[in-house]
Ligand binder design. Structure first.
Ligand SMILES: [Zn+2]
Length: 207
């Protein structure tokens, strides 16, 4: 079977329930994921889950401090939103993040100039909507996935349907020949150089 690569990514965490539940699943299947952390979610109570994720080989990425629609902010505010979260993440990893996901995927050229990171979107399942069942999240994700895809989900507090969906997505995609890698590894394994001033939902299809 031809080797295919996919990156599972989670936004808005860390959270005290969803994040550790996901880490248990990753351990069970020996897979890695990437977390786009929201700075204000990193608290005394939750930081340990990001530390555990990082120790397991997961990648930590930047999703801003306060999750504002950023395209309407001033230059200074944009930089502050990224840098405040960045400092908190750096406390965990000791290094700067490579990837940024704009809150609400609200971005413009000015943000791309100001934020010295690779912009990442992804294919999701509207998994912040409580009414969308785990089965539907599973169906949507597994239908749209391709080699080089970024899967976009959320590890916000109480997101049990995404935990259940991930429990189904991982074995299904392993069976289809996918390897789960971090976003950095996705570019490496697919032999794609990540570029600035574009946004990726799949490493082969910059937009
Ligand atoms: Zn978000």
């Amino acid at each position: 079977m031809e080797k295919k690569y996919v990156a599972l990514t989670f936004d808005d965490g860390p959270s005290k329930d969803t994040t550790p539940a996901l880490l248990e699943i990753f351990k069970k299947y020996n897979v890695k994921a990437s977390f786009f952390l929201m700075g204000k979610s990193i608290t005394e109570q939750t930081v340990k889950y990001s530390e555990m994720a990082y120790a397991m080989g997961c990648e930590l990425c930047n999703h801003s401090e306060n999750h504002k629609g950023m395209s309407s902010l001033s230059d200074e505010e944009i930089v502050e939103e990224v840098n405040t979260a960045e400092e908190k993440i750096k406390q965990i990893t000791g290094k700067n993040t490579v990837f940024f996901r704009p809150p609400y995927i609200d971005y413009n050229n000015r943000m791309m100039e100001l934020i010295d990171k690779i912009f990442i979107c992804g294919d999701g399942a509207e998994d912040w909507v409580a009414e969308i069942s785990a089965e539907e999240r599973f169906e949507r994700i597994t239908k749209q996935v391709k080699n080089g895809s970024v899967i976009l989900l959320h590890d916000m507090e109480g997101n049990v349907n995404t935990v259940k969906a991930v429990e189904m997505i991982i074995p299904k995609l392993i069976e289809e020949g996918y390897e789960f890698v971090t976003v950095s590894e996705l570019f490496e394994k697919c032999k794609v150089k990540a570029e600035r001033n574009v946004i990726y939902s799949n490493v082969f299809e910059p937009k």
